[in-house]
Ligand binder design. Structure first.
Ligand SMILES: Nc1ncnc2c1ncn2[C@@H]1O[C@H](COP(=O)(O)OP(=O)(O)OP(=O)(O)O)[C@@H](O)[C@H]1O
Length: 320
């Protein structure tokens, strides 16, 4: 049984509110679940905003064991993952005879404290190691024997046993973004060879619409208008950074918040789209590119409105 310190870092494998499960998402989750049942760690790899973390947490929920979450960090050492010796203690001593005497006693008894990876291995929890490639390969080396031999090498300070046998229910789920260069380390080949990597890309149209709707509460029709603009910009390859589903969610939620219909106030709708899309998809100071993106967004909005007018005319003429 985990102690109270350990329990403080454990998450319940609960379902995520508003999780959207289209055929695409279902297919990914079912395959990933089969890999974990067969005893393999799963790695979701893909650009920002493609739903890797959400998928990882959903898979952890399907597995049903308590969850330990770690976010990769360039500053991590192995000790941050497995644990270390702590326990520098100060004690105030008041002299009963000479009341002005206050003395601090320092107690140097050190106590080993397990960190998240050790807790997951010991109790057979599901480890979700988000953006694991942000941590340095040396820090992650400890994972090699955990994933292969199911044994964890423990430093001397932890006690008599230099090895910890990994609990049979331990499962590991990793995520990484290969496009993120700053602060990312090339995954060690040996580590990558021990996991099943599933490449994740931007969502298909239906999944993106359903996610934006689920996160905003906007009508299907208006959400589609928004998603078409975001996808149009993404597919145009005019932006330096592709807008993600997060942009669709941001615009849809803002419209819902303002109770704004895209065609009832086109000027405001366009300002919102430009705020959310043009700066986030261009490098700072890249004025030429921002201009190109702004023009693209304006054209996509006009196209959407034009198709709406045409749709109305066709309905009136009975040709739709
Ligand atoms: N299946 C889904 N159902 C509902 N919402 C989803 C789903 N997948 C992703 N989302 C939403 O899409 C957004 C991006 O997802 P997520 O954070 O998982 O992406 P990511 O690939 O981990 O991004 P990053 O690499 O930037 O951390 C989030 O707002 C998330 O809630």
């Amino acid at each position: 049984m985990p102690n109270s310190d350990e329990l403080s870092v454990v998450l319940e494998p609960t379902a995520q509110a508003g999780f959207v499960e289209t055929d695409y998402v279902k297919g990914m989750v079912e395959r990933a679940h089969a890999y974990t049942k067969a005893g393999f760690p799963v790695h979701f790899r893909g650009p920002s905003g493609t739903g890797k973390t959400t998928l990882a947490l959903h898979l952890a929920h399907k597995i049903g064991r308590p969850v330990i979450l770690i976010h990769g960090d360039a500053e991590f050492t192995t000790a941050d993952l497995i644990g270390g010796e702590h326990g520098h203690r100060f004690q105030k001593v008041v002299d009963n005879f000479i009341h002005t005497v206050h003395k601090y006693e320092e107690n140097m008894v050190k106590r080993w404290v397990d960190n998240r990876l050790t807790i997951a291995c010991k109790h057979g929890f599901t480890l979700v190691y988000d953006e694991f490639s942000r941590s340095r390969p040396e820090a992650n080396n400890v994972l090699l024997s955990i994933l292969q031999e199911k044994i964890m090498d423990m430093p001397a300070g932890r006690g008599k046993d230099p090895y910890l046998k990994v609990h049979p229910d331990f499962t590991a789920i990793f995520t990484s973004n290969p496009e993120e260069y700053a602060g990312v380390n090339r995954t060690q080949d040996a580590l990558r060879d021990r996991m099943i990597t599933m490449d994740v890309d931007h969502f298909d149209y239906e999944t993106e619409v359903r996610i934006a709707r689920s996160k905003s509460g906007l009508s299907r029709k208006d959400t589609e208008r928004v998603v078409k603009i975001v996808r149009g910009l993404r597919e145009s390859e005019k932006s330096e950074f592709e807008p993600t589903v997060r942009a669709s969610i941001m615009i849809a939620r803002t419209l819902k918040q303002l109770a704004l219909k895209p065609d009832s106030n086109k000027a405001l709708f366009e300002e919102i789209c430009q705020d959310i899309l043009s700066s986030a998809t261009s490098r700072v100071g890249s004025k030429t590119n921002q201009k190109r993106v702004r023009k693209m967004v304006a054209d996509l909005i006009d196209e959407g409105l034009a198709s709406k007018v045409q749709e109305k005319e066709e309905i009136c003429n009975g040709t739709f």
